[in-house]
Design a protein around this ligand. Structure first.
Ligand code: NAD
Length: 316
């Protein structure tokens, strides 16, 4: 069916700051949705963004874009929440927890009051904890609450490895899992370049202990701090990552993406949201992939899960 007269693919973005508007810009440029509604506490900002995006329509894909209120969520396929405070220089993602948990309880309650039955995607930090808050306040099935998790960290990891080895990042298969934050980990044991295990490709006996590889991981983990020091916030990468996730959902792709989802026994962890590779389709998270981790990776993941679980329990 030609674009524009296909089934409605309605996305509501709550929060039209740096992240929300970068995401909206990616959606428009890639023609991913056909109806886009921008919601923000600051109504003028949402209205300004909608007008600006609409003016690019002759250069992009047909899409109905407007600003609006929560009532727009009643028939939305997807609500993407990027509202809330962002990290100030030196602040960790976990420092944001109490501020943003309060905001989320109000936002998610207002959305559920409209009869929303679609899928939530959460990007606000700390994303793993706020995804759990969204699940608990909404009462939706767990597969329909998805955090952006380590989607961006995994992209950063693939990009930095691709630069180091001079191979297209799309041919670098690698995951960052765990908290989207300081306790995340690289799954070195499963990094592959075009199907060849990294250990063999790079001729390294111990990949994890290699200085260059360590530096790559540190630059992934600390990327947000490095960018915030320089430009105050990070938003293009996550905007593109959220657009990728949106496409996987609306196009029923069954794509494997590292999202934050509720673990219920997988990886030996229970009742905690964190980033793991999962199959994503029109129903949300279809299935979690359980990588065979080595003992060090398993211990790091358990540590990350413990940190998140303790903080989540306080907030819930
Ligand atoms: P921003 O300050 O530019 O935008 C936040 C927007 O939320 C503002 O427009 C504000 O008016 C709005 N808002 C606040 N309270 C609201 C409410 N109750 N209802 C509706 N709108 C409300 O911030 P940003 O740079 O866009 O960052 C947004 C969030 O995304 C932050 O928590 C940030 O840490 C996070 N982030 C996540 C990732 C990721 O990988 N998941 C990456 C970058 C940033």
């Amino acid at each position: 069916m030609p674009i524009g007269i296909s089934k409605s693919r309605k996305v509501v973005v709550v929060g039209t700051g740096f992240v929300g508007s970068s995401y909206a810009y990616s959606l428009v440029n890639q023609g991913i949705a056909n109806e886009l509604v921008l919601v923000d506490l600051n109504k003028e900002k949402a209205e300004g963004e909608a007008r600006d995006l609409n003016h690019g329509m002759p250069f992009g894909f047909p899409m109905r874009i407007r600003s609006g209120g929560y009532e727009e969520c009643s028939d939305a396929d997807l609500v993407v929440i990027t509202a809330g405070a962002n990290q100030a220089p030196g602040e960790t993602r976990l420092d944001l927890v109490s501020k943003n948990a309060k905001i989320f309880k109000t936002i998610v309650t207002s959305i559920m009051e409209t009869g929303f039955q679609g899928i939530f995607v959460v990007a606000t930090n700390p994303v793993d904890i706020l995804s759990h808050v969204t699940l608990s306040v909404s009462g939706l099935p767990k597969e329909r609450v998805i955090g952006s998790g380590t989607i961006l960290d995994t992209a950063r990891f693939r990009y930095l490895l691709s630069e180091h080895f001079q191979v297209d990042s799309r041919n670098v298969h690698a995951y960052i899992i765990g908290e989207h934050g300081d306790s995340e980990l690289a799954v070195w044991s499963h990094v592959q370049i075009g199907g060849v295990p990294l250990k063999r490709y790079a001729k390294l006996d111990n990949v994890e202990e290699n200085k260059d590889m360590q530096l790559i991981f540190e630059n992934v983990r600390d990327a947000a701090y490095h960018i915030i020091e320089r430009k105050g916030a990070t938003y293009y990468g996550i905007g593109m990552g959220l657009a990728r996730l949106t496409k996987a959902i609306l196009d029923n792709e069954n794509s494997i993406i590292t999202v934050s989802t509720l673990l219920e026994g997988e990886y030996g962890l229970d009742n905690v949201f964190l980033g793991v590779p999962a199959v994503v389709n029109q129903y949300g998270v279809r299935e979690i992939l359980e990588l065979e981790l080595n003992p060090q990776e398993q211990a790091k993941l358990e540590k990350s899960g413990k940190i998140l679980k303790e903080l989540t329990e306080k907030v819930l």
